[in-house]
Design a protein around this ligand. Structure first.
Ligand SMILES: [Zn+2]
Length: 421
């Protein structure tokens, strides 16, 4: 048994004690619980007790590839891996790197990135894995399965079979997708924007839904991640979600095109997303930095504020750590949450709370629509003790998290230190 004394429950200002049983579940939450013999005690001293962070959009197969070799020393014709400023160059360096994957290499980098995320208090993670003819032996899937096994005691990890290069314009990928699901991927991914024709993009979405039905799986697709106002996969996905009865079980990542569409069209699409209960994952940090091209700079982010106001389940995630697409990225939700506040212009305590929910409860809903999540009796005690008086202050200072708990066990801690000398 574990007793947490005097915790600020989820930053609401309610101070209570939390008792966790031997099975790692919340047993009692109330004022002044007395510790029985043998119960371990954590003195929270009014620090916040918050449910674990949930990060539903990662690419652990690519993580830390930019650490290996920089382009300066090789010259453009010999790029192996580095971070590039345009989307096209980033994809080029990643293609070269993916061809060299081995299961062990992927596992080593993925495991490092998973542990980084856990260290900052995220014990529910979802990673895309590239499925394409660049990796016909599915070394990335094999590597992620090794990493998942090695980290099974510290996090719940879902794996997405993600056809990054398309399905119809990369013949053979359909069979690899099937193989990846058979090998143990949990979620069906998609990338309709990779297809060259609109009818192929729609067929791509159909393929994803067929596969999700076959494997009773959730769907998490990259959708319309461009500035092209004529991209139409998002509304087609919303339509399919309703047609197939997959409400609440589909997540769209990035979804930037809608930002560039005219208001009447965008409102129609957002109403469809709301009716279909499609989750939208904004990935603000990578969106804010990627795609150096003509002005206006950046690929922009999706319509976070409008979507939230319409009742759509908007979330955000880290997306990438140190790969061809992104020089930065720590895995700390408070880093990408802070960037998310800037991108959405969330500048009040109330809107900071919305961002906090995007990092926690809203993401939990996308991760598993049927899961019991949060600090409530009977739920798994997956929580963080956060050294801040409120969620907006936690985001501002990216606060220390002295205790990271999974199933009632302390598995990590993160201390932010600075001192005048
Ligand atoms: Zn992504």
């Amino acid at each position: 048994m574990l007793l947490i004394k005097k915790a600020n429950i989820n930053g609401t200002g309610t101070i209570a004690d939390i008792l966790i049983d031997e099975n790692g579940k919340y047993k009692e939450i109330s004022e002044n619980i007395t510790a029985s013999d043998g119960t371990k005690v954590i003195e929270a001293n009014s620090m916040m007790a918050c449910p674990t962070f949930v990060n539903t959009h990662m690419h652990f197969d690519k993580a830390y590839t930019s650490y290996e070799q920089g382009r300066q020393s090789f010259g453009k014709e010999n790029w192996i891996s580095s971070t590039e400023e345009t989307l096209e160059d980033a994809i080029f360096v990643m293609h070269e790197r993916i061809r060299k994957y081995t299961p062990e290499d992927v596992a080593r980098r993925a495991e490092r990135a998973i542990r980084d995320c856990v260290m900052y208090g995220t014990t529910k993670l979802r990673s895309n894995i590239d499925i394409s003819m660049l990796d016909p032996n599915l070394n990335a899937v094999k590597g992620l399965l090794l990493a998942k096994e090695a980290t099974k005691d510290i996090c719940d990890l879902q794996l997405v079979a993600f056809p990054q290069e398309g399905i119809y314009c990369d013949p053979g990928t359909d069979k690899l997708m099937e193989e990846a699901m058979e090998m143990g991927c949990d979620v069906v991914g998609g990338m309709p924007a990779a297809e060259l024709l609109d009818e192929h993009a729609r067929a791509h979405v159909d393929f994803v839904f067929d596969m999700a039905e076959k494997y009773h799986a959730l769907i998490d697709m990259h959708i319309d991640q461009s500035k092209d106002m004529f991209d139409r996969s998002l509304e087609y996905t919303a339509w399919k979600t309703m047609e197939r009865g997959w409400q609440g079980r589909v997540t769209g990542g990035h979804c930037t095109s809608i930002t560039y569409q005219n208001q009447s069209h965008a409102i129609k699409v957002m109403k469809m997303l709301k009716n279909a209960d499609v989750n939208i994952c904004a990935n603000t940090q990578t969106m804010a930095i990627m795609g150096i091209d003509q002005e206006p700079r950046t690929r922009g982010v999706t319509r976070i504020r409008e979507m939230v106001d319409m009742g759509i389940n908007v979330i955000t995630a880290q997306d990438t750590i140190c790969d061809g697409f992104h020089l930065y990225g720590t895995g700390d939700p408070l880093d990408y949450g802070l960037v998310g506040c800037y991108c959405a212009q969330y500048n009040t305590p109330e809107t900071a709370r919305i961002m906090w929910d995007m990092l926690t409860s809203r993401s939990a809903r996308a991760f598993d629509p049927d899961a019991k999540y949060g600090i409530q009796i009977g739920n798994d005690a997956d929580l963080n003790i956060v050294d801040a008086p409120s969620v907006h202050e936690a985001i501002r200072i990216r606060a220390s998290r002295p205790y990271i708990l999974r199933r009632g066990k302390v598995i990590a801690g993160f201390e932010r230190k600075a001192a005048m000398l």
